[in-house]
Ligand binder design. Structure first.
Ligand code: HEC
Ligand code: HEC
Length: 225
């Protein structure tokens, strides 16, 4: 090889080497920048709400069926506590009180979950809780799940409830990440911990409940038998 060409080849190789090293560094940096970020949740506000709740990842990293089952068993008593199950009944009437008795005044689910004509939830349930014992609790979205997607909690074992929760045909087409966002950020769920005068709270506080649900998802979301 003539000397001239040799130098040209050497310089070219050197430049390639630099480019390679640069690329390697750059890609490393961008992966570490992405690690620890929440997987895309629906909408910025729910991602922020998740971050506020300390939820940092919603993707399954390891799968550990026993750990997932144990995590779901920890979360389960919240779902079947009166504050949650009163709006997730098996029939078409909401339930009331810590004994989950059928709602007075023959209130019914209706076609959209917000009651029937003349007996709409919003007639009595305002945007916020009314103070005083036995006064209607409130939230702008107050209502039951719609009849074609009842999302029943009452009478479900932990395994049954878990499988129902995961089934897109029964949960409104939600992914695991969206279920996690729902329990962490939805304000009807949040009402459970701000239920108005004279109503008991769910057996876990919300951060512990969300943490158990996150662990269930991260460990692969296996259901109790
Ligand atoms: C005032 C009634 C009401 C209360 C109280 C309520 N929910 Fe719901 N819940 C609903 C409605 C309505 C939907 C369906 C709305 C939707 O799909 O966004 C729903 C949907 C859900 C879902 C999604 C269902 C699924 O299968 O993925 C979960 C999970 C859930 N609720 C959990 C809870 C928990 C936990 C509590 C108690 C801390 C609670 N809810 C309290 C009305 C209520
Ligand atoms: C005629 C007025 C009225 C209408 C209409 C009405 N409610 Fe109520 N609701 C009340 C009152 C009052 C309470 C409080 C009862 C108490 O605490 O003793 C209540 C309590 C509840 C509770 C119990 C909360 C808890 O955890 O103890 C649920 C759930 C509920 N209503 C759901 C609904 C839904 C869903 C609709 C519409 C489909 C509806 N209600 C329509 C008056 C009404």
């Amino acid at each position: 090889m003539p000397n001239n060409t040799k130098w040209q080849v050497l310089t070219a190789l050197l430049l390639l080497g630099f480019a390679g090293a640069f690329l390697a560094l750059w890609s490393q940096q961008s992966t570490s920048a992405n690690a620890g970020k929440a997987a895309p949740a629906r909408g910025l506000s729910s991602a922020n709400a998740l971050a506020e709740m300390g939820v940092t990842t919603v993707s399954a990293t390891d799968t550990d069926a026993a750990a997932a089952q144990a995590a779901f068993e920890r979360a389960y008593p919240v779902f079947v506590s009166p504050r949650c199950q009163n709006c997730h009944p098996s029939g078409d009437a909401p339930l009331q009180g810590d004994d989950s008795h059928v709602h007075a005044q023959n209130v019914k689910r209706g076609t959209d979950g917000h009651g029937v004509y003349g007996m709409r939830c919003q007639t009595c349930h305002q945007d916020a809780n009314l103070p005083g014992a036995n006064m209607p609790p409130g939230n702008p979205k107050w209502g039951l799940p719609p009849p074609q997607m009842k999302m029943v909690f009452v009478g479900r074992t932990s395994g049954e409830l878990c499988r129902q929760l995961k089934d897109p045909k029964l949960n409104g087409g939600r992914s695991l990440a969206q279920i996690l966002t729902h329990v962490a950020a939805d304000d009807l769920v949040g009402w459970g911990w701000n239920p108005g005068d004279g109503r008991t709270l769910p057996p876990l506080n919300r951060p512990d409940f969300v943490a158990a649900m996150q662990e269930w998802v991260n460990d692969g979301a296996a259901c109790p038998n």
